[in-house]
Design a protein around this ligand. Structure first.
Ligand code: HEM
Length: 86
């Protein structure tokens, strides 16, 4: 059995918005995107737009055909706590 995934609030997610420590959430899953930044075909700046916040909408309007669950499987850290407002 692996390490139990974390339950992460939006408030906690917001604290991780720098290149060195960038988290985002896509479809309720939270990822540490810092290691992926240098590999993103759309560039660092674009990907950083979803750092520290819910990136689902931005991701979907740019490339909803991309399989992020596969690409970011090693970056998965936990689940967003449902609700919690803005
Ligand atoms: C391209 C992954 C988030 C903007 C791509 C491509 C992949 C990818 C695989 C190449 C797609 C293709 O050629 O068909 C990801 C992953 C993300 C993410 C895993 C989630 C963390 C974002 C966000 C934005 C963005 C949040 C914008 C705010 C772009 C753009 C391209 C691109 C503009 C096109 C680059 C080009 O073809 O010149 N991304 N992306 N991506 N991405 Fe992302």
């Amino acid at each position: 059995q692996g390490i139990r995934p974390m339950q992460i609030s939006l408030e906690e997610l917001k604290r991780h918005s720098t290149k060195e420590d960038a988290w985002t959430t896509l479809g309720g899953k939270v990822y540490n995107i810092s290691p992926y930044l240098r590999y993103h075909p759309g560039g660092v700046k674009e990907l950083m737009r979803c750092a520290g916040r819910d990136g689902t909408r931005l991701f979907n309007i740019t490339h909803m055909w991309v399989n992020y669950e596969r690409l970011l499987s090693n970056c998965f850290i936990g689940y967003l706590v449902p609700g919690g407002g803005s």
